[in-house]
Structure formats: C-alpha cells, structure tokens
Design a protein. Structure first.
Length: 288
C-alpha cells in the first residue's frame, strides 16, 4: 500500500515510505509551486505550509536560522500536505545527510559548478550502492513512514543550483550527472556571475541576455530529462517560467511576503486617513 505525503493515514496502514508528492506531480506533467522559509520559526513555517504550496524549502544557507531552527520547522509543516526541502549552506555531506535524517525530502545545494560537484551531491544523498549516505535517519524513520531504508533513494530529490558563470559553461555536464534529479536557478548570483557585476543581483530577470542564459539552462535540463527549478519574486514571473517549461518555481518567501504585506497595509491606512506619511514598501528585490 502506498501513502502520499501527509495524508493523515494511520501509521499501521503505511506499508511503504510516504511518497514524495513532487515526483508524483511531475510524472503527471504538473508544474509545482515552492515556498521559501528564511525566518527561523516553526509557527511561521506552519502558517506558510497552510497556504497551498506543493513544497516548502527551509533556507539554511541565507535564512535567518540554523539547523536547530530547521528541525522544528520541518516538524511544523508535516501535517499540511507539503513536501519539505532544505537548502543547505554548501556542498557538505554531513549537513546534507543530517538534513535528510531530519526529514527533508529534497535538497537544494548552492554553487554547484562542475559535474564532479554534482556527483558529490548525489553521492551524499543516496544510500549504497547508489551513493555513500550514512544510515541513521533518526526522525525520517518516524516522519516518512515505514521502509525508509529501501525507498529513500527513490523518494528524495537532489537539486544542483546553477548560479555562476562556471556552472553555465558546465551546465550540460552537470545535467548529465547520474542520479541528479534537477537543477535550480538562483537568478541573483547567476546575474552577478554571468555579467561580472555589471547588472545588479535580483530575481525576475527581464534583460534579454539573462533570459537567454536562463532558457539555455532550462534547455540543458530538458535535454537530459531532469527537472528544472527557478527562484522567482512574483507570481507573474513564476507563471512565465512555467510557460517556458520549468517544473518547479519558488514564489517569493516568508520574509519578502511579510514585509510587502505589512508595508502595503500601513501605506493603505495612511491613504485612507488622508495622511501625507508614506513609507517605502520593502524593496529588497534580490533578498530571499
């Protein structure tokens, strides 16, 4: 008997590991929507998990949080039919394995520039014989249902971030890496790297030269039959990216959503009462 993620089935009914619903939706040709968690708090994570995202990524790299915060956040999102993922700080096997042991169903790894680094990412995420992940899924053995040891390799997903000039040059070889599930574009660092700082970092690139780079990365992923994800700042750009063929789009994140909503609320109130006071809504265009 198969159980999808967070179905609410009693554990006695789960004869297999709970399925990764991202992979199930991709098999059905569906694009998926990812949320981003940079605030190190389990309650904000729980709130985000109830908003209809297909997955949520806990950002240990740039988020205002660490592994101890991530543990509670992964627990908080479990009941909400959302696939939990983690962006690790770097290509560090120990952190990758520990994030998976804590219950992450996907890892987004930054600054993957070569096929060798992509292979190292896959190796850290797979139990032998497909990799060298150490066995000790302390929480995942509970949160992911039964038969974790036998089915984790098939269920966890690996995303290599393409965000440097070197990575763009090597993107075909990276996408050809055996066992790699997908690539994930970080537009801010990608823009800095490709243009050597000529263009400011930020999401939702509209410059023709950056759109060409983004589409070339997407084409490389499609040519090797792996998934492509991209970080977006707005629903409009996410919809555009899905139209291009992206399988996973991140729609902003908790920090930017909170700042924008709070700022807009204050400004609207000032307008309604006729006040001349108006604050700029957070313009952290490139921030997570």
């Amino acid at each position: 008997m198969k159980a999808e993620f967070a179905t609410g089935c009693k554990k006695d009914w789960q004869w297999n590991m709970i399925l990764n619903t991202l992979k199930e939706k991709w098999k059905n040709g569906e694009a998926t929507l990812n949320g981003w968690l940079s605030i190190g708090n389990s309650f904000t994570a729980e709130i985000m998990a109830e908003q209809g995202y297909d997955s949520l990524t806990v950002d240990i790299q740039h988020g205002f949080l660490d592994y101890n915060d991530a543990k509670g956040m992964l627990q908080a999102v479990r009941a909400s039919h959302v696939t939990p993922m983690v962006r690790v700080p770097w290509l560090d096997p120990g952190t990758i394995m520990k994030s998976l042991d804590a219950g992450a169903y996907g890892i987004i790894c930054p600054m993957i520039n070569t096929s060798e680094q992509a292979s190292a990412l896959v190796d850290a995420m797979r139990y032998p014989p497909e990799g060298s992940r150490s066995f000790g899924p302390t929480r995942a053995n509970i949160s992911a249902g039964t038969n974790y040891a036998s089915e984790a390799n098939e269920n966890v997903v690996s995303f290599a971030m393409i965000e440097t000039e070197e990575a763009v040059k090597n993107v075909d070889a990276i996408c050809a890496t055996k066992g790699l599930n997908g690539i994930y574009i970080g537009p801010a660092d990608l823009t800095l790297g490709v243009t050597k700082g000529r263009l400011a970092p930020g999401f939702d690139r509209e410059e023709p030269e950056m759109i060409d780079v983004i589409k070339s990365i997407l084409a490389a992923a499609k040519s090797h039959n792996i998934r492509a994800g991209i970080h977006c700042g707005t629903p409009q750009y996410a919809a555009k990216a899905i139209g291009w063929g992206f399988d996973l789009t991140t729609i902003s994140g908790d920090v930017r959503l909170l700042a924008a909503s709070a700022g807009a609320s204050v400004n609207q109130t000032h307008e309604l009462i006729g006040s001349d006071v108006k604050r700029n809504v957070s313009n952290a265009k490139s921030g997570y």
